[in-house]
Design a protein around this ligand. Structure first.
Ligand SMILES: Nc1ncnc2c1ncn2[C@@H]1O[C@H](COP(=O)(O)OP(=O)(O)OP(=O)(O)O)[C@@H](O)[C@H]1O
Ligand code: SF4
Ligand SMILES: [Mg+2]
Length: 328
């Protein structure tokens, strides 16, 4: 197989707080290849955003990468100077942030914001950038680009603002798009439109995508490969078809069940009993043990390694084989 475009290896991230530390990411490793779409799912606080943002140099001041590496096209991102990272971000790696209102500049016309992305990275001359901006606005479904160019973010709906974020992220035709919950705040119809748009752009440009989402259904529909995270660790990682057919991690099974209930029977999402909490101590044992109906003494003492479970399928569970037998 060819070299991965993005390769994260054994990443650990901690945050200092006034009284304690948060062990947000605890040994994450994965690769993203050309033309591949990877979906990262998991409930709130599982470390999805921190994993991605820290690997591209966007970590809050109280955060620290305590170990691990992140390579993009063979370059060690964690060793680059801020200026070099800034250059890669936006030009080679497009980023759609979780909250469009905090990422768009409220006092700058949206056309200028898209153009600025191209000019900052010397991707195009001013004239070319203007033409390309209109073209991009058209491509992402903003009607009448010439007149909308002059509007400010508050003059757009949530769905349109999200489209503008996508246009900014795609302005320099990046090889990799990192999309952190690109559709969470939107209603289902707009969400579907935006995902279809991203899928279309991905095919046209041969771009790779890493998409973070709460929504298991969105991930399985859009992505070639799925990672399920919990407690800052990977619980299951598999090619999507394998994942759908052979899910074997108790946490993933819970997520899958919730989507089946919603998708096919119109019932409410069945929550997985218990709640996750911020990890303020170095994790010992399986992070899901307190909520897992299959947990044994071993689960509380020994952290399960992410091991091969089948072709293109990895799982971090001591009892995956037994869980799978019960799940059928
Ligand atoms: N600056 C910070 N200081 C302290 N803790 C933080 C900080 N940023 C994130 N965390 C903690 O790190 C953990 C992982 O956060 P992260 O934002 O990656 O979660 P997430 O999976 O993206 O959740 P969501 O689905 O809600 O976006 C959480 O427990 C969070 O509270
Ligand atoms: S390792 Fe144990 S606690 Fe963790 S998911 Fe598997 S069975 Fe449950
Ligand atoms: Mg997040």
């Amino acid at each position: 197989m060819s070299q991965p475009l993005l390769s994260i290896d054994n990443l650990h991230v901690r945050f200092a707080r006034s009284e304690d530390e948060v062990y947000a990411v605890n040994g994450i490793s994965f690769d993203v290849y050309e033309n591949e779409a990877l979906g990262i799912v998991g409930e709130s606080g599982s470390g999805k955003s921190v994993t991605l943002m820290s690997s591209i140099g966007l970590l809050r001041e109280n955060g620290k990468i305590s170990s691990g590496t992140a390579h993009f096209q063979g370059k060690d991102l964690l060793k680059l100077k801020p200026r070099q990272l800034e250059d890669i971000r936006g030009r080679d790696i497009g980023v759609i942030f979780q909250d469009p209102m905090t990422s768009l500049n409220p006092i700058m016309r949206i056309g200028d914001q898209i153009m600025e992305a191209m000019l900052t990275h010397r991707y195009a001359s001013r004239k070319e950038a203007f033409e390309r901006t209109l073209q991009l606005m058209h491509e992402i479904g903003i009607p009448d680009p010439k007149s909308r160019f002059k509007n400010y973010p508050h003059e757009f709906s949530g769905g349109m603002r999200q489209r503008i974020m996508i246009a900014i992220a795609l302005a320099c035709e990046p090889q990799l798009l990192i999309a952190d919950e690109p559709t969470t705040a939107l209603d289902v119809t707009v969400q579907m439109q935006i995902l279809a748009l991203l899928q279309d752009l991905r095919r046209k440009r041969g771009m790779s995508v890493v998409m973070v989402t709460h929504d298991f259904g969105v991930a399985t529909n859009f992505c070639d490969k799925i990672i399920v995270m919990y407690g800052g660790q990977i619980m299951e990682m598999a090619r999507t078809d394998q994942f759908i057919r052979r899910t074997a991690h108790p946490y993933s099974i819970g997520l899958k069940r919730s989507i089946i209930e919603v998708g096919h029977r119109g019932k409410e999402i069945l929550p997985i009993p218990g709640a996750s909490k911020a990890l303020t101590e170095e994790p010992v044992g399986c992070p899901f043990a307190a909520r897992c109906s299959f947990a044994t003494e071993r689960c509380f003492q020994e952290t399960p390694a992410l091991r091969i479970y089948g072709e293109d399928h990895h799982i971090a569970c001591h009892h995956a084989e037994e869980v799978a037998r019960h799940a059928v």
